[in-house]
Write a new protein. Structure first.
Length: 50
C-alpha cells in the first residue's frame, strides 16, 4: 500500500513540475510584436457647433 501512495505523490509532483515549467515559459514569452512599428497617425478631433 505504501508503494501506491508514493507513486501517487510522485505523479502529482511530476505534474506540478510540468505546470510550473509551462507557466514560467508562458510568462517569459512576452507579448507579440506588432508587424508595423511606425507610430500611429494622430487623430484629428472634430468640434461640432450647435
Amino acid at each position: 500500500m505504501l508503494r501506491h501512495i508514493s507513486e501517487r505523490y510522485a505523479r502529482g509532483f511530476g505534474a506540478a513540475l510540468v505546470a510550473v515549467a509551462t507557466l514560467v515559459l508562458a510568462a517569459n514569452a512576452g507579448p507579440a510584436k506588432a508587424a508595423d512599428t511606425r507610430p500611429a497617425d494622430q487623430v484629428q478631433q472634430v468640434h461640432h457647433r450647435g
